[in-house]
Write a protein that binds this ligand. Sequence first.
Ligand SMILES: C[S@@+](CC[C@H](N)C(=O)[O-])C[C@H]1O[C@@H](n2cnc3c(N)ncnc32)[C@H](O)[C@@H]1O
Length: 458
Amino acid sequence: MNQSLVEPKVERTAAIRKCQSERRKRLKTLTIEVDKETHAKIKMLAEMKQTTLQALISNNLKSMVDASSDFPPRPWSVFDSLRDESECKRTHVSLFSGCGGVDLGFRQAGFRTVFSNDIDPDACSTYRANLGEIVNGDIHTITPPKLTEKLDVLTAGFPCQPFSNAGSRKGTKDERGTLYQTALKFIEELKPRAVVFENVRGLLSFKTEEKLLIEEICEHLDSLGYDVVFSLVDASKHNVPQKRLRVFIVGIERNENRGKFSFPAAVERDDLSLKHTILDLEPNALNQSELMQLNPQAISIGSMVPEGGSWKSIPYEKLPERLKKIADNMRKYRWPNFYRRFHRDEIAGTITAAFKPENAGVWHPIEQRVFSVREIARIQSFPDWFGFEGKSIKSKYQQIGNAVPPRLAYELALQINKCLSGEDIQSETDSLTFEQFVNTGKPLRACDRDVVFSPKKI
Ligand SMILES: C[S@@+](CC[C@H](N)C(=O)[O-])C[C@H]1O[C@@H](n2cnc3c(N)ncnc32)[C@H](O)[C@@H]1O
């Protein structure tokens, strides 16, 4: 027989088998018993529709489940189909864009990103694969883009390590701490209608030589003609399945056509638990097989922690010497919560760029492993189609941990859009003045109050 006739057939059969086997892997079997009469009717219906019994039942079951109002939409379902840029009326410049958490949220709320930048090539690869072009390079060497129309919003999530408790807290002395000044130069040049800064909670208490850094930033924005409001926002109060506290500073151009800004009101959702967030993920979901490799000791300690527990649940004698030393002097080490494993009914803790098995709640609730790249992406409210690129798994964890949860960015962008359209947004709680914020002496609580800045009268 002619070889060339045989081979394509063999290949085709192999391809069909592979396809069938992959389909089988994606399917789960459900056994249902029905009475004889119903069985006959379903069979007849399948024949009439020229389909198989199985396909008929399975498609109808799927439509029934999809249409059921018992399932609230998932936090990331607002991104099910990415909004076309041509539909976006407002313009956006994005600095320190990372993999694009802010930009995804703003795009879906109707903002077209006309310029974005990040120094990290891996984050830029992710950005390009999902959102579009980005300039890869150090912001110090980049000049603001020349725009033909007035810019609506500039966002800048300047690096947070200098102010974070996990970082060095060298603050503005650290070169990265002066990056916000570079963002201010872009604002001076581009004069956007609104600006948004994002950073960690440590920014609120960080002091420069003369004053609180937050005061310095607000004063600078005020002098550039912006009304400034800031707040400590808990992402889990804004549809994100994660307890994540971040400071947002919003400046709105002082102009009679603008409304008064206040942060979106907190909402309570009962479907933000880990169970609803990650337990339905299929093994073949994008980035789901990517897991940080742990050393045997980390796996052995983590595996002793029960669901909802931490290292404190492990009997003392089973702890390694290093942890026994800490357990002996908890006060000195400020009662650390190592190896936290959240319960499936709890909301996940903050996903950080460091993603250390010891320091953050990164353990899967019911499996003996840490979260996968896809699982933390969901916890950060990224949709399942948003893939992560990069040289290593560590780089992907880092990009996701660094990101602003896109769902939170979306909620914020909707609010800014209203304000730019002239709508006054009433805060549901009384706001604080900057003096009240400084004088209360108490740390600002998440979703508590907006702080409205007004400069000191000299
Ligand atoms: C907190 S992350 C921002 C995350 C981003 N807003 C998001 O939502 O995904 C800070 C980003 O600043 C970038 N970065 C740090 N130094 C930079 C520099 N000199 N120039 C440009 N980008 C820089 C980092 O690579 C990182 O992606």
